[in-house]
Design a protein around this ligand. Structure first.
Ligand SMILES: [Zn+2]
Ligand SMILES: [Zn+2]
Length: 226
């Protein structure tokens, strides 16, 4: 599995733009899965171009939750990519009676794209699963690797404890990557072997000082191969 951070609060590679938000590309089993889209379409597309990633080649777009810093690039991307399957959290669904704002934003650009509205945990592709919608309408992505499970989180508004609990149904945890938000229950990370706290992680320094050997930096341009 290869994970490339394309949009983050900081840049790992010189020449890539940094801005508040998160997006990464996951390549697994021949599938290209984009996890979230950052806050700004042009910045996302520019960073993709610099990383030589073709937006038209993405097979699946997975949205963790509906905050602006994760869906901002979605409509620009869908104007270029008419084939990607879109995995949206449950509250994007018109029938749910919850805010329909994003479906209205997307209706001009959703032509051929198949939309899957996530609710329960489910398989998305070979070795790739969603936790399903947890607390605060957020879903996280789980990738099964030979080393164990890689869990990718957007802002972790559901709480890292709930996310890890849900992911561990699929096997042994190996890595946790993304925005940990205000997470402070650091001992929960003890059994995880690789940590990449980035984006909105408020206590990044505390996590790094407690687990210096497990932590790797995030930032736009960072590539993680597991
Ligand atoms: Zn965020
Ligand atoms: Zn958020």
């Amino acid at each position: 599995m290869k994970l490339t951070i394309l949009y983050d609060n900081e840049a790992f590679l010189e020449g890539l733009k940094a801005k508040w938000g998160f997006s990464c590309l996951i390549e697994e089993g021949g599938k290209k899965i984009l996890f979230d889209t950052g806050a700004n379409g042009p910045i996302l597309l520019e960073n993709m171009e610099k990383m030589r990633i073709d937006p038209a080649g993405i097979d699946i777009i997975f949205i963790s939750h509906s905050h602006w810093d994760h869906i901002g690039g979605l409509s620009d991307l869908l104007h270029i990519n008419r084939k990607a399957e879109l995995y949206l959290p449950f509250h994007f669904n018109k029938e749910s009676g919850l805010p329909v704002l994003y479906l209205d934003i997307l209706k001009d650009c959703l032509e051929g794209n198949k939309v899957v509205v996530s609710k329960e945990g489910a398989k998305i592709a070979d070795n790739v699963y969603t936790t399903g919608i947890l607390t605060n309408n957020e879903q996280s992505l789980i990738i099964r690797t030979e080393k164990g499970l890689v869990v990718v989180v957007g802002c972790a508004h559901s709480g890292i404890d709930e996310i890890l609990d849900s992911a561990s149904k699929y096997g042994k945890l190996y890595a946790l990557i993304g925005g940990f938000h205000g997470f402070m229950d650091f001992e929960l990370l003890e059994e995880i072997e690789l940590l990449c706290p980035t984006h909105c992680t408020q206590y990044k320094k505390g996590i790094i000082s407690l687990y210096p050997d497990k932590c790797i930096p995030g930032g736009a341009g960072k590539v993680i191969e597991i």
